[in-house]
Design a binder for this molecule. Structure first.
Ligand code: KG4
Ligand code: ZN
Length: 384
């Protein structure tokens, strides 16, 4: 049964709990964000320098009810006003996903409303599409979507089917660390805060991006081609760069300064990237800027090469790393040079949120693509 009641408001409650944010949002007809509430767990996980799955699940359990209530209140609507409930079914942490999926199933059942299952990566892509949809109906397609976050560095060809859901084809991925993971690990290695991306982004402005010549990232032809069937041209790899930063730190005797920085920041109640600036010497700032430059150049080079290979008419970049200032500047400049439209989500919708889940669910509601009664969390859910 497709959703064809066009007199209805088309209100979808989106729920997201795949990692370390408990989020709920109400979105009208896939484009108009009426509320977007996020309970972040950064403070819980910061002392560990990464997400602790067990703690994440427990915090989701505590937060899910108040976060959903706040989302409805801010949208000035009641449970009965909703047309559907949408939830992230994967990929992500199993225990974290289960909290959102079980809550959404229970709510949809009690309200007798349809339940829609959304892939988290599809959500990130729709964080951009929702903005571009508002601006114009004519989106050049196919679109190449780079989803670049703490858990993923994936390239998808994305196309809207006539009146139906979107279709995705995975054409590129990382063979080891995700780009955001590399930002987080390098920040931890340098004694900076968590998550590392915003710290590196801010501090990199004070360093010379060409000071440490990391060079273009190479993905070796073998064994990846055999394992994935994909050309190295379509593959990313960031673990070698992270090791190169570690070697630089070791050979340049940076350990003492890093330890002092780590301790000083740990003693501050709510440390911010600008607190780290006086704790970094010029060599550290140059290293940070050069690392970021190497990641951004690799993402730009490969994404535009793939866009050309597949004759794409536009590029969308989303996921937490899409908040990065240098990445945005470089993608926009390269798009201008090659006459390719490049779009990003607003900064608020770059990192994990539930508005993107509700937006991605709208075409599914229209097409009647409802979740099965047996829906469960799938930590390794694939897209396309
Ligand atoms: O999409 P997201 O919120 O969660 C996942 O699905 O992973 O992305 C989080 C990732 C983290 O690795 C974080 O360090 C990175 O996005 N990130 C950034 C920036 N803001 C967040 N990376 C680089 N520059 C930023 N400004
Ligand atoms: Zn994400």
């Amino acid at each position: 049964m497709a959703f064809n009641d066009f007199s209805s408001a088309g209100l979808i409650l989106g729920i997201e709990s795949s990692c370390d944010e408990t989020a709920a949002a109400v979105v009208r007809r896939g484009t108009e964000v009426l509320s977007n509430v996020i309970a972040s767990q950064i403070r819980t996980h910061a002392p560990y320098g990464g997400v602790v799955p067990e703690l994440a699940s427990r915090e989701h359990l505590q937060n899910i009810v108040p976060v959903v209530r706040a989302a409805l209140e801010q949208a000035s609507c009641s449970y009965r006003d909703l047309d559907a409930v949408a939830v992230t079914a994967g990929p992500g942490l199993a225990g974290a996903l289960l909290v959102g999926v079980m809550y959404a199933k229970g709510l949809a059942f009690a309200l007798e409303k349809p339940l829609l299952a959304v892939n988290h990566l599809e959500g990130h892509i729709h964080a951009v599409l929702m903005d571009t949809k508002r601006q114009s109906d004519a989106r050049p397609q196919p679109t190449l979507a780079l989803v670049v976050s703490g858990g993923h560095t994936h390239l998808y060809l994305a196309e809207e089917t006539a009146g139906g859901p979107w279709r995705y084809r995975n054409v590129g991925k990382t063979v080891d660390d995700a780009a955001g993971e590399a930002f987080d690990k390098v920040a931890k290695l340098l004694g900076l805060g968590y998550p590392g991306g915003p710290w590196i982004d801010w501090l990199a402005q004070h360093g010379d991006p060409r000071a440490v010549p990391f060079g273009p990232i190479q993905v070796k032809q073998k064994p990846y081609r055999a394992a994935s069937g994909q050309s190295p041209r379509l593959l990313f790899s960031f673990s070698g760069l992270k090791t190169a930063v570690l070697r630089y730190v070791q050979t340049h005797d940076m350990a003492n300064l890093i330890e002092t920085r780590r301790r000083t920041l740990a003693d501050l109640p709510d440390a911010k990237p600008n607190d780290a600036l006086p704790l970094c010497d010029a060599e550290t700032l140059d290293l940070i800027a050069s690392f970021q430059h190497a990641v951004v150049e690799d993402l730009v080079r490969k994404t535009f090469a793939v866009a050309e290979d597949f004759y794409c008419a536009s590029i969308v970049v989303s996921g937490g790393v899409a908040a990065n200032g240098e990445l945005r500047r470089r993608f926009l400049a390269e798009g201008k040079k090659r006459s390719l439209l490049v779009a990003f989500p607003s900064l608020a919708l770059s990192t994990d949120n539930a508005a993107m889940i509700a937006a991605a669910a709208w075409p599914k509601l229209v097409a009647g693509d409802f979740a099965a009664d047996q829906l469960s969390a799938d930590p390794a859910l694939m897209l396309g």
